[in-house]
Design a protein. Structure first.
Length: 170
């Protein structure tokens, strides 16, 4: 990939990440690792993206907690190097799983707490919250099932794509 295309990809990915609620620096670092063949050091990341070591270090730690990058060692070099997850499907499912855990699961808990705190005079509110709880419960079951096995989910997505008459992933 030429440098201009790589730079555009990194900036675009950073902007998209912000729309998805992900820190811009974290998304840009992830994009840089996706678009780079060789393992990259912390210093390389800071220089390439013009960000501080602290920002880069915190973002790398967070990306590692999402399990979408790994720290690796290069023989003969004492520095830490970083690479992205090589399998894009695995990366996608890890991101979805982490977002579910961080965002969706607390929403379910909040709705359940709200339902538990209702009194008998909150009939309309209670009805809406019950419906919301049922919807979230169904979505939770589907997501948990789909995220439980990446290969099954990949096959399911391909099947749904074919059923809808859309061109599926290769």
């Amino acid at each position: 990939m030429n440098e201009l295309t790589k730079q555009q990809f990194v900036e675009s990915w950073g902007s998209m990440g912000m729309l998805w609620g992900i820190n811009r620096s974290m998304a840009r670092i992830h994009a840089l690792l996706i678009a780079t063949e060789e393992p990259v050091t912390l210093d390389d990341i800071c220089q390439e993206l013009q960000i501080s070591r602290g920002n880069a270090s915190m973002s790398l730690k967070e990306l590692r907690s999402w399990r979408v990058i790994q720290r690796v060692h290069v023989p003969g070099d004492r520095r830490d190097f970083y690479v992205t997850e090589q399998d894009v499907w695995s990366m996608f499912f890890r991101i979805v799983d982490e977002r579910k855990r961080r965002e969706f699961d607390p929403a379910i808990s909040t709705v359940k707490q709200a339902l538990d705190s209702l009194d008998s005079t909150d009939t309309k509110v209670g009805g809406r919250l019950e419906q919301m709880g049922e919807l979230l419960d169904i979505m939770d079951k589907v997501m948990s099932h789909a995220l439980g096995d990446e290969r099954r989910s990949h096959t399911l997505l391909q099947l749904v794509t074919k059923m809808l008459g859309l061109e599926g992933p290769k």
